[in-house]
Design a protein around this ligand. Structure first.
Ligand SMILES: [Zn+2]
Length: 74
C-alpha cells in the first residue's frame, strides 16, 4: 500500500512538473510573439509614396519629396 501511494505521489509530481513546463513555455512563446503594429500609414499627396510612422504622430513628412501628410484612416 505504501508503495502504491509512493508511485501515485511520484506520478502526480511528474504531472505537476510537466504542466508547469508547458505553462512556462507558453508564457515565453507569447512574450516573444511580435506585437501587432499600431503605426499610422501615410500616403503622400504629392508623389503617392506609401510609408508608415509612429502611432503618436499626427503628421509625417514624406521620405521621398518632403511633403507633410496626414495618416490614412480605415
Ligand atoms: Zn512625397
Amino acid at each position: 500500500m505504501d508503495v502504491d501511494n509512493l508511485i501515485i505521489g511520484y506520478f502526480m509530481l511528474f504531472l505537476g512538473i510537466l504542466v508547469g513546463v508547458i505553462f512556462y513555455s507558453e508564457i515565453r512563446r507569447k512574450r516573444f510573439e511580435p506585437i501587432p503594429s499600431e503605426d499610422h500609414i501615410f500616403r503622400c499627396i504629392e508623389c503617392g509614396y506609401v510609408y508608415t510612422d509612429d502611432a503618436d504622430v499626427d503628421r509625417s513628412r514624406c521620405q521621398q519629396c518632403g511633403t507633410i501628410n496626414i495618416p490614412i484612416q480605415f
